[in-house]
Design a protein around this ligand. Structure first.
Ligand SMILES: [Cu+2]
Length: 153
């Protein structure tokens, strides 16, 4: 009976170690992200600096987006954000959507930012915007007729 309990504890201990090992990469990732954000904040100067710290914009993928056939589809379809700030896409539609930067005409992502798939009635993770000022068009990789623009300034 005692040895059975001992084995049980060994198993619990082994499982705990596995969880700790699994958690390590995630801890590493969050440290890196924190560091990166700190770097952005340090580098930011001028009037936009305060706004870029913790600044987050929400853009809606409204119900019925999947049925649209040209333009729009994001509300607002043009958003102005601070360099390096974050945007959350709030999918209120009943279909999967993405917000993927790139050329909507060719449906070619350019890697500047990507929400990944956002499920129906889900929100994306906070997506970090580019630090360079400019206009960034984006689209849904599943429905490239859904187009939006983020202006970083
Ligand atoms: Cu879509």
């Amino acid at each position: 009976m005692d040895s059975a309990k001992y084995s049980e504890r060994l198993i619990v201990a082994a499982i705990s170690i596995v969880f700790v090992l699994l958690a390590i990469p995630f801890i590493g990732i969050s440290n890196t992200e924190t560091f990166a954000q700190g770097t952005n904040a340090t580098n930011a100067t001028g009037a936009g600096a305060a706004g870029s710290q913790g600044g987050q914009t929400t853009i809606v993928m409204p119900a019925g987006s999947v049925g649209m056939t040209s333009g729009g589809g994001y509300e607002p379809d043009t958003a102005t954000v601070s360099p390096g700030s974050t945007v959350v896409w709030d999918n209120q539609d009943n279909a999967l959507h993405t917000a993927t930067s790139g050329n909507p005409d060719t449906a070619a992502p350019d890697g500047k930012f990507d929400s990944g798939y956002v499920g129906a009635n889900q929100q994306s993770k906070p997506v970090t915007m580019p630090t360079g000022p400019g206009e960034y068009t984006y689209f849904c990789t599943l429905h490239p007729f859904l187009v939006g623009t983020v202006t970083v300034q």
